[in-house]
Design a protein around this ligand. Structure first.
Ligand code: RUB
Length: 349
């Protein structure tokens, strides 16, 4: 089944800055190594990095040797800043950290003693992780209902929410075939392909540039998200917007699987999602760079797909059209203060 469309654009900003090193002096070695794993993409995917960061806060709290509430809070804030700065695009990460820090800040202002503050971090961290895992299960359930028996699905990168939807559809007895783009330069498409293979779902790995070639065979595109903006635009792995564009041209549905903690609160006051730019050496090897000093290499890690190229966003609260993203944000965060548009670490998740 095909659909109608109209185009638009959304501007995003690019970042090459890596400010997180400046916060690391106060980090415990275990948390430092957890932050390194996120930054080097050993831990990757928006949901996983959010849960890992929250675990980083829990470790900081449980191993803290702070002797005063002030010292403890300073330590937690330094860890928060370092963790948030490891990867700038996935908004799940600051949202996860805020979830915990907001509860810490509330406990601190109500006079909770040091041990209670520690417990607050551990308890709210466990709650976030639990909610996050449950959200993926609900998305799998809601998303699978939108998959029809016999569907051919194109996906890009590796999203655990997408894999969960596909596995649930298969579990319900629906037969699906998947084209997984390999996803240069990190080849996350191979992870998707192997997860689907393990689940017995027929999968074909294709090069990224073959997405349009295979689109005519597809019924749906199913992708994950690193951030969802108030206007319904979706930020996901670089190349997603090209896949969506090819789907749009071929009138193939584009579905996004995204937990609500990937919705970007500051986008309600016009803040752009920062697009991470990663090292050139991820694209070509060092010997090429050394022997071709005149060649410039760019490596943006994400891109923005405007809402007009997206049909549905599958969240744990239900399935919404992208234009309803603002309603989800309002429900989660209320209206943000307009001045500066900044959300402090203490704001509600
Ligand atoms: C991963 C990516 C995924 C989203 C959603 O990028 O773009 O589609 O993060 O993943 P990277 P999930 O590999 O650079 O982290 O559904 O697992 O949260």
């Amino acid at each position: 089944m095909k659909k109608h469309w109209k185009p638009t654009s959304l501007i995003s900003s690019l970042s090459t800055s890596r400010p997180w090193r400046s916060y690391t002096e106060m980090l415990r070695p275990e948390v430092q190594s957890l932050a390194d794993d996120i930054s080097s993409m050993k831990t990757r995917g928006a949901g996983r990095i959010a849960r890992a960061s929250v675990r980083g806060l829990m470790i900081t709290a449980s191993k803290s040797v702070a002797t005063s509430r002030g010292e403890f809070i300073a330590e937690m804030e330094a860890a928060s800043k370092a963790l948030i700065a490891t990867r700038p695009t996935a908004v799940s990460l600051p949202n996860g950290v805020r979830f915990v820090m907001h509860r810490l800040s509330k406990a601190a202002s109500s006079g909770t003693p040091l041990q209670g503050l520690r417990e607050s971090v551990i308890k709210s961290g466990e709650e976030f992780i639990q909610r996050s895992l449950e959200a993926v299960k609900k998305i799998a359930d809601y998303g699978a209902r939108r998959i029809e028996d016999g569907d051919v699905i194109v996906t890009h990168c590796h999203s655990s929410a997408v894999v969960a939807v596909l596995k649930e559809a298969a579990r319900q007895g629906k037969s699906v075939k998947v084209y997984s783009t390999e996803t240069r330069p990190w080849y996350q498409g191979r992870i998707t392909a192997s997860r689907l293979e393990e689940a017995g779902i027929p999968v074909t790995l294709i090069v990224d540039s073959a997405a349009r070639y295979f689109m005519k065979k597809a019924d749906k595109v199913l992708i994950g998200a690193d951030a969802v903006a108030a206007n319904g635009a979706v930020v996901n792995k670089i190349g997603t917007s090209q896949v969506a564009l090819a789907a749009h041209e071929a009138r193939v549905y584009v579905f996004v699987a995204a937990e609500t903690y990937k919705f970007h609160p500051e986008s309600m006051v016009g803040k752009l999602v920062e697009i991470e730019e990663r090292p050139a050496a991820e694209v070509v090897d060092k010997s090429f760079l050394d022997s071709h000093p005149g060649v410039k290499v760019r490596n943006p890690s994400f891109d923005v797909t405007p809402s007009e190229y997206i049909d549905l966003i599958i969240t744990e609260r239900g399935i919404i059209p992208p234009q309803a993203a603002i309603l989800v944000l309002r429900e989660e965060f209320g209206w943000l203060p307009s001045e500066g548009g900044a959300l402090s670490l203490g704001e509600e998740f």
